[in-house]
Design a protein around this ligand. Structure first.
Ligand SMILES: Nc1ncnc2c1ncn2[C@@H]1O[C@H](COP(=O)(O)OP(=O)(O)OP(=O)(O)O)[C@@H](O)[C@H]1O
Ligand SMILES: [Mg+2]
Length: 328
């Protein structure tokens, strides 16, 4: 083989390689075009984006008849109203998280949402579309409370939800017979079925709150660690005394709970001192700290012990639940 033959073969090889790479690059761009056009077709054919609520219809909730049997013997049921006519002091946050904490400690708890805002219901993930009847139907349409209970909303916890319908109850109850006793009559049938019944009250001293005061054995009064913390408390205590003297002689304060405590501020520490001076031993030792997680949890429909189990908020509500159980 001559020198030039070798050169020719090398050139042929180089030509072959460049032809091959050209073929490959042409093919791959074809392939890309194919993929692009497929994707394009797919994008065009895809239906308009739907809202999550439309895509996933809320599953129907269990009814009281489907409730799993309680595994322990239930002693005396304690009905506790979480009450303060002042708005935004942490009533619903306490109702939801104390209920969940008591449930996780093995107690059977019923949470009654008595506020038309329905914050306790949504805070435990009950969607408005899932609610057939609410506490309004119990108070005004003689619906048995068992028909309205949504069982096992979280460990050990059942809930009686509220909807905006309840807003009409304040006015409609006025003309009803025995209007202050409606909730007491309804919850009376549940004594012996739950360890605790917690009632989340609305921020007013109207007929709904009076119903809670008549139905309850004890009160938990959340007080926010801020300016004017004790504002309105005298009025609340006055309402309590009036109900106690006429309709519910055993009514008493179970505990005063300091909420949204921020140990870094002098104000928070001053409020704790002021409230302890005013209420004495009634004040729970547990202070509920101000934490972002506690304010985020309701938007996920979860109690804090599920949403952020190791956080400060969850630990505080677990401590509170233990204190509540100890108070007996
Ligand atoms: N410890 C806390 N740390 C941070 N945010 C909190 C805490 N407790 C409550 N919040 C937030 O403060 C607001 C008021 O709380 P919540 O709804 O529990 O009060 P409320 O007394 O039930 O109000 P209302 O009187 O309107 O029913 C909510 O946005 C809640 O997420
Ligand atoms: Mg509330």
């Amino acid at each position: 083989m001559g020198f030039f033959d070798g050169l020719k073969r090398e050139k042929r090889d180089i030509d072959l390689i460049s032809q091959q790479s050209q073929f490959e690059s042409e093919n791959s761009s074809d392939l890309r075009e194919e993929v692009d056009s497929e994707e394009l077709i797919e994008v065009i054919e895809r239906p308009a984006v739907q809202s999550p609520a439309q895509e996933i219809p809320a599953p129907p909730l269990k009814t009281y008849k489907d409730k799993a049997p309680v595994k322990h013997v239930i002693g005396q049921t304690k009905i506790i109203a979480i009450i303060n006519q002042k708005g935004g002091v942490g009533k619903s946050t306490t109702a939801v998280n104390l209920a969940a904490a008591l449930g996780s400690l093995g107690k059977q708890v019923l949470l009654v949402d008595l506020d038309p805002q329905g914050n306790s219901s949504s805070g435990l993930g009950v969607m408005k579309s899932q609610i057939r009847n609410c506490i309004y139907d119990v108070l005004l349409n003689d619906e048995p409370i068992e028909e309205v209970i949504i069982p096992d909303i979280c460990e050990g916890v059942d809930i009686v939800p509220a909807t905006i319908n309840l807003a009409g109850a304040e006015v409609e109850l006025v003309t009803e017979m025995a209007r202050e006793n409606r909730l007491k009559d309804a919850t009376g049938s549940l004594r012996g079925k739950y360890d605790f019944i917690l009632i989340d009250c609305p921020p007013a001293l109207g007929l709904l709150t009076i119903n809670a005061l008549v139905a309850a054995d004890k009160l938990i009064i959340p007080i926010q660690c801020e300016f004017y913390a004790l504002e309105g408390v005298t009025k609340l205590l006055d309402s309590m005394k009036r109900v106690k003297s006429r309709l519910n002689p055993t009514l008493d304060i179970y505990g005063v709970l300091l909420t949204m405590y921020d140990g870094r501020t002098t104000l928070s520490r001053q409020v704790v001192e002021e409230v302890r001076n005013y209420f004495g031993k009634s004040v729970f030792k547990t202070l509920i700290p101000r934490t972002v997680k506690l304010s985020e949890a309701p938007s996920y429909g979860q109690a804090i012990i599920t949403y952020d189990p190791a956080g400060k908020g969850a630990l505080a509500y677990m401590d509170l639940a233990k204190e509540v159980i100890q108070r007996g």
